[in-house]
Design a protein around this ligand. Structure first.
Ligand code: C2E
Ligand code: MG
Ligand code: MG
Length: 597
């Protein structure tokens, strides 16, 4: 065999000695090869990160095979060949074809194998890697390089192995907490349902959602939120047995799968109690001590339940628990199931409700105590063709979840300001309109523009408009929402704090926010006849509010006795069924004309 040829195919005479001439060719190719080498490194690191993982593995196998066929095993032999500027390599048929393709790819048509080169269809990455192999094989100082390259190969293989394990782990675990993710949990749930069927074991699922995660994230930033999630994750892990699974589904949602329980209902409830207990300890984050709590929903893992159904049941129970207030737990039952089905039906149908003209705005009058009607509150209504009137407390949270509250709230604002201006034009020039707004609207950077736009379009004075914000909204995101409130207040629009007394904040904490008016929640007014405590609360609130320069409105006045009581306590205004129920605008248009004579 002529020395200038590398044996390309077959197993005949596998050992070839690289000649001076071949080395010269190698050197000529070096510049290009270096460029290719850099490309290889880049592509390799990209392919490790990305989807081209399989290609990289294939390439290392190829390299591995090449190195494995290197016959120059003894050091003396290697040294002897190196001294001669020669190197022995055994090139197998497959590597030879790849090498051919590489040369073709690099347009090295003058290379011996050029004429056969273009046939092989291989990816660019693989060819580049194979090219690198060939580059080494063309180099006179091959011995040392082979050794270096062998090291590189091992490092590459190690990295590939780690990456592979990492990918497998990442596919099944949550990155932040390291807990199993939804995929792994679903698998364990399936196994658990299977074990229930085969061996009659009993397992329970606990669905957890933090009660104030959004507030913590908004107030203290995402790193604090992440730390909180990590602490919650480790506290949960400490509470369960080794065989149980604690998973994170994403956001602030965690799931505990407690398996093989003797008395499953009692055990799950006891675990829920222990979870509440463990969350009570403050969580140190930086300089701060944060407090959190969770809402928990419990569902059984039955023999024939699909994991998704089981999760949905526990989730529905959690939702029910949350509706009762923070730090509660609830077990799934048929009523919750029905409730949940209705909620998802409503959520689906709500999407089309606005287009289908099923939404309207009703109005409820507001009176100055001992005086005249001073304003109207706009209240959104949904008239469902089959279900009848759906209460706002049921559908507004759904609008908030889907963020549809932003466009629909904008429409309510336009509708209400237009109607108020109409009433003013009919003669009640001092009539004001109150519009309820949700947190999502106040967090929308364009909300202030929406208000301006509604005022311009309706030609209503800013001072004739009041926005009602619930106290819980402020607890959620006081900085951003406070800024938005200030921008709105600067327009001359009034701001009322709605349902006061139902949230967690004190009046002093709210001082400094641009609020003009407090609406005391109707649960306090309803308790006036029977509860000394509620009477004291209202009296204290009225007193403090007045000192802070705020007006006080009593909500939900239903009886003469309640009316007298709120007058006695010094409330400024009142609203309630006794004074006027909410109704469509046309009802009041007639009434207003009578009032204005
Ligand atoms: P809210 O702003 O506190 O409105 C007062 C609620 O109390 C209204 O319920 C009203 O019908 C009811 N109410 C008034 N007087 C009495 C009374 O004497 N007794 C009793 N038992 N209830 C009385 P509604 O219309 O069901 O609205 C519930 C809540 O839905 C509202 O509470 C408000 O937070 C929210 N909401 C209504 N419309 C909108 C809207 O357009 N946007 C937003 N974001 N929320 C709205
Ligand atoms: Mg209101
Ligand atoms: Mg209210």
């Amino acid at each position: 065999m002529p020395q200038s040829e590398i044996p390309l195919e077959g197993d005949a005479a596998p050992l070839s000695v690289v000649s001076e001439e071949r080395v010269a060719l190698g050197v000529a190719l070096q510049a290009r090869a270096d460029e290719v080498g850099r490309m290889v490194d880049r592509q390799f690191s990209e392919s490790l990160r990305g989807e081209a993982f399989a290609t990289a593995r294939l390439a290392t196998e190829l390299i591995g095979r090449w190195l494995a066929t290197d016959q120059a095993a003894s050091t003396e032999e290697e040294e002897r060949l190196a001294r001669q500027g020669e190197q022995a390599i055994l090139v197998d048929a497959e590597l030879a074809s790849v090498a051919k393709a590489y040369f073709a790819w690099r347009d090295c048509t003058n290379v011996v194998i050029a004429e056969e080169g273009a046939r092989l269809q291989t990816s660019d990455e693989l060819l580049t890697l194979a090219g690198n192999v060939v580059r080494f094989s063309c180099d006179g100082s091959l011995v040392r390089i082979v050794r270096q390259f062998d090291g590189t190969r091992r490092a590459l293989q190690q990295r590939l192995k780690e990456e592979q394990a990492n990918l497998a782990h990442r596919a099944l675990h949550d990155e932040l907490t390291g807990l199993p993710n939804r995929t792994l949990l679903t698998d364990r749930l399936r196994q658990s349902a299977f074990a229930a069927e085969r061996k009659g074991t009993k397992s329970m699922l606990l669905f957890l959602d933090l009660d104030n995660f959004k507030a913590i994230n908004d107030r203290f930033g995402h790193p604090a939120g992440d730390c909180l999630l990590e602490v919650v994750a480790s506290r949960l892990q400490e509470l369960v047995r080794g065989a149980d699974t604690v998973a994170r589904l994403g956001g602030d949602e965690f799931v505990v799968l407690a398996e093989d329980l003797d008395d499953p209902v009692a055990a799950a409830q006891a675990l829920a109690e222990r979870i509440h207990q463990s969350m009570r300890a403050p969580i140190p984050i930086g300089e701060r001590q944060l407090h959190t709590s969770v809402s928990i929903g419990i569902a059984p893992v039955l023999a024939d339940t699909d994991p998704e159904v089981c999760l949905a049941q526990a989730d529905a129970a959690m939702y029910q628990a949350k509706r009762g207030g923070p730090a509660r737990f609830e077990s799934f039952n048929e009523v919750i199931g029905k409730d949940n089905r209705r909620r998802s039906q409503l959520a689906d149908e709500l999407r089309l409700a606005h287009q289908a003209n099923q939404l309207s705005v009703h109005y409820q009058p507001l009176f100055k105590l001992g005086g005249d009607m001073v304003g109207m509150e706009a209240l959104l209504r949904w008239h469902h063709p089959e279900l009848g009137t759906v209460p706002p407390l049921e559908f507004i949270p759904l609008l908030e979840q889907s963020r549809e509250i932003v466009p629909i709230g904008r429409w309510v604002l336009q509708e209400a300001t237009r109607q108020c201006r109409l009433w003013q034009d009919e003669g009640r020039t001092d009539l004001t309109i109150s519009v309820n707004v949700s947190a999502r609207q106040l967090q929308d950077p364009e909300f202030c523009d929406d208000v301006v736009h509604a005022l311009i379009q309706s030609r209503l004075e800013p001072s004739s408009l009041a926005l009602e914000v619930t106290e819980t909204v402020l607890v959620m995101d006081i900085v951003r929402i406070g800024e938005m409130m200030q921008r709105i207040r600067d327009l001359g629009v009034h701001i009322a704090l709605d349902d006061f007394g139902t949230g967690y904040s004190s009046l002093l904490y709210l001082h400094g926010l641009p609020i003009d008016r407090l609406k005391v929640d109707r649960s306090f007014v309803a308790g006036l006849g029977s509860s000394e405590r509620d009477a004291t609360i209202i009296a204290t609130v009225v007193d403090l509010a007045h000192k802070l320069g705020l007006q006080v409105v009593a909500e939900g006045v239903e009886t003469e006795a309640e009316l007298r009581a709120v007058v006695d306590m010094g409330c400024d205004e009142a609203q309630g069924f006794l004074l006027g129920r909410p109704g469509p605008a046309h009802l009041f248009s007639a009434g207003l004309r009578v009032l204005t004579g």
